[in-house]
Ligand binder design. Structure first.
Ligand code: AMP
Length: 216
């Protein structure tokens, strides 16, 4: 069976991470998040973490060569034999072209939401520096104020969720990633999902659209 490579597209704060975790279980594909691969490298102070730490805090993109290499290694792992659900990759046309060479994209879900709603959402987001869990001060608060439900570590606002970094990430997104949408739309593999709906509606719509684009 050929690999099923499903790409989630959408601006930062559209709910890609939350959807990816739930969708990954439903469609039985491992969730591959480049942002999380990079953040875990920074947390673990690996050589990669040292290389990308400053780029991550500034909200800019990690160079394509580094990113492509990380993804390639991840998709070679045994759990990705049937494919993967890609969250945050590809983000540029150059990355999409490279991905096509080793694992062609079979379906794309694009989360649609406007910039004002994103800024509102991201300014309340809290993450766990220890295990990577994500919370929101209004929509998904931890049981105990600013403490991770999973591991008990103190929660923090990601450096790249600060207002200036959010603005930079949105600029980068609009400048580079929208080109990708056009590319995938032209190929007929892209479907749009209304990301302003509640998480369970977004999930159900995504499962249904995916079944229609890439029947299993
Ligand atoms: P995310 O969690 O997807 O918002 O990613 C967080 C940060 O990781 C981004 O702002 C970039 O610095 C970096 N990053 C994640 N995915 C990529 C990618 N495909 N290409 C370049 N940089 C990336």
């Amino acid at each position: 069976m050929s690999k099923q490579i499903v790409v989630l597209l959408g601006p930062p704060g559209a709910g890609k991470g939350t959807l990816a975790v739930q969708l990954s279980e439903r469609v039985e594909l491992p969730h591959v998040s480049t942002g999380e691969l990079f953040r875990s490298a920074v947390r673990n102070q690996t050589e990669l973490g040292r290389q990308v730490g400053d780029v991550l805090s500034s909200g800019q993109l990690v160079p394509d060569e580094i990113t492509n290499q990380i993804v390639r290694e991840r998709l070679d792992a045994a759990d990705c034999t049937n494919g993967a659900l890609m969250d945050g990759y590809p983000r540029t046309v150059a990355q999409a072209v490279t991905l096509d060479q080793f694992a062609p994209v079979t379906a794309v879900l694009s989360l649609v939401i406007d910039d004002d709603e994103i800024v509102r959402r991201l300014s309340g987001r809290l993450t766990c520096p220890s295990c990577g869990a994500i919370y929101h001060s209004e929509h998904h608060p931890p049981a105990k104020l600013e403490v991770c439900d999973n591991c008990g570590a103190d929660l923090a606002q990601r450096a790249d969720d600060q207002p200036e970094a959010v603005a930079a990430r949105l600029r980068v997104y609009h400048a580079q990633t929208e080109e990708l949408e056009r590319l995938f739309r032209e190929r007929g593999v892209l479907r749009e999902v209304d990301a302003t709906a509640g998480p369970s509606e977004v999930l159900e719509e995504s499962v249904a659209l995916l079944a229609a684009v890439a029947p299993s």
